[in-house]
Design a protein around this ligand. Structure first.
Ligand code: ADP
Ligand code: MG
Length: 500
């Protein structure tokens, strides 16, 4: 596996160098006017292929609904997995008591505790700590990673002050947000399918992650029961629902993208379990893997996919999420450098480095409102280590950022429109008497204002002004951690005692 990947990379590099060499020879013969014409040709062609007119977005939304239905029918019928989260009891606001959460999904993990006071008092107190994971533990042994996490949790529990109170005779309960692909078997168990995001710990693949954490907690002497295992979208949905009962879906737009929503249990043919008391089940869509012929894919997207570690997978995510947007811009700039001498007769070596242009840099350039596009100039100068660019070239780069972000934001809106259609919240007749709220979290949505505004404008365009009045989008800031604690509360093992 590893060897194949290396061989492929080498081939790609060799082909790349050959193409570059030819381009440079051709370009020396090109007149300045012709170079500029070629630049504009590349730009215009790219813009056209990225087109997301409203009719196309409606087709994308329709296709999303088709995939959602297929995924709900059986596990292997769709690329959109529609995983059953076993969350059938979203928080209502009535929850009481002390609960913990652990949020693991990137280079940091967060631990937190909340004291819940029911309808009147809500979240009475909360405290959290953020801990970075030593890189060697991300590729080591399962026992070491979970041991480290358990030790940090033990420290955090030891710092619990008297203002946090556990009901007498009860064990502390924890909600575990684990944002990696898991085959869930109940609300508090699930086996790890694979690691992503730079983690690679072979001996935990196929293991029950709750068992691993529980074992580690025992070893460190932490008395705590893992009550709920969820991912970040499900946690965000729970956090959103706690503060607003009209929340029906949650979307993550960060390094990657995913969505979860509330489905009627009867509409899940593949569900074999008992009918939940609430009649509802939260579905973790894993929508990043959505694919459709209606998606406006360009040759740059296809090349990005071929060079990626997960070739052929996560097609939708590669058009939308923060990990990829800047990289798409870089790839178009490469073509302009090769075929239109955009940066002069030589191609800046830095430009050939994959992922060197990060989405936050792209976002800074996109938001540049200075008349001479100063930010674009200085970003390109520092990232690519090249001298100043003319204003008309800065305008081209700015335009590229606009094209890529607009396509991503509009496609994300189409996905949300798909969820609204599936949930029957896309027509006035159904929306008249109820509000619909979608909770969104993630660094891309939070910090990339143009992206966020474009997404919201497009959703409004898709649903129409009358329905839009009944819909709102809420930023669920860090909802996934608190959401996991709330889910531990709403699925507490002491629930029946409480009812008595
Ligand atoms: P994660 O998705 O890894 O859990 P976040 O939700 O914090 O973490 O999202 C981080 C991602 O958000 C980054 O990978 C980046 O792509 C994107 N991002 C962060 N800051 C900005 C910004 N200023 N502009 C655009 N995108 C940003
Ligand atoms: Mg996150």
């Amino acid at each position: 596996m590893g060897k194949t990947a290396v061989a492929v990379t080498v081939t790609v590099t060799v082909v790349g160098v050959a193409a570059v060499a030819c381009a440079v020879i051709v370009n020396r013969r090109m007149k300045n006017g012709a170079k500029w014409d070629r630049t504009m040709e590349i730009l215009n062609e790219f813009e056209e292929k990225c087109g997301t007119h409203i009719g196309k977005l409606k087709q994308v939304a329709e296709a999303m609904v088709v995939e959602m239905n297929a995924g709900l029918a059986s596990d292997n019928a769709s690329r959109v997995k529609m995983l059953i989260s076993f969350v059938d009891n979203l928080p209502t606001g009535d929850e009481h008591g002390l609960f913990y959460a652990l949020d693991l999904g990137g280079t940091n993990f967060r631990v937190l505790r909340v004291q819940l006071g029911g309808k009147e008092a809500g979240i009475k107190r909360q405290e959290f700590a953020e801990v970075s994971i030593p890189p060697e533990l991300m590729v080591g042994k399962s026992e070491e990673l979970f041991g480290y996490i358990a030790a940090e949790l033990a420290k955090f529990v030891a710092q619990e002050g008297p203002e946090f109170q556990l009901s007498p005779g009860r064990e502390r309960e924890l909600g575990f947000t684990f944002s990696f692909p898991v085959m869930q078997t109940s609300i508090d168990s699930g086996t790890l399918i694979k690691w992503t995001k730079g983690f690679s710990i072979d001996d935990s693949v196929g293991q029950d992650v709750v068992e691993e954490l529980t074992k580690a907690l025992r070893k460190k002497g932490v008395e705590m029961h893992v009550t709920a295992l969820v991912n970040d979208t499900v946690g965000t949905l729970a956090g959103g629902r706690f503060s607003n009962k009209d929340v029906i879906a949650a979307v993550i737009l960060g390094t990657g993208t995913n969505a979860a929503y509330v489905e009627s249990a009867q509409a899940i043919p593949k569900w074999r379990g008992p009918s939940p008391r609430s009649g509802e089940m939260v579905i973790n869509m894993e929508w990043g893997n959505f694919q459709s012929t209606h998606l406006p894919l360009t040759e740059y997207d296809n090349a990005l996919d071929l060079d990626s570690l997960n070739r052929g997978e996560q097609t939708y995510e590669k058009l939308i999420s923060g990990m990829y947007l800047g990289e798409i811009v870089r790839r178009v700039l490469c073509r302009m450098a090769e075929e239109a001498s955009f940066f002069g007769n030589n191609i800046p070596p830095k430009l050939l480095t994959p992922f060197i242009l990060r989405t936050p840099d792209m976002s800074a350039m996109h938001h540049d409102s200075s008349p001479d596009l100063r930010v674009v100039g200085s970003k390109i100068k520092t990232i690519l280590e090249i001298p100043d660019l003319s204003l008309k070239k800065r305008k081209v780069i700015h335009k590229l950022c606009v094209i890529v972000a607009t396509r991503g934001a509009r496609l994300a809106a189409a996905g949300i429109f798909g969820i609204l259609k599936k949930a029957g919240r896309d027509t006035l007749a159904n929306c008249e008497n109820q509000r619909t709220v979608v909770a969104i979290d993630g660094g891309l949505y939070e910090h990339y204002t143009e992206f966020r505004e474009c997404l919201e404008d497009t959703l409004r365009e898709l649903v129409g002004d009358r329905v839009w009045e009944k819909i709102s989008i809420e930023h669920a800031n860090d909802g996934s951690g608190i959401g996991a604690a709330l889910l531990a509360a709403s699925h507490s093992r002491y629930l029946e005692d409480d009812e008595k």
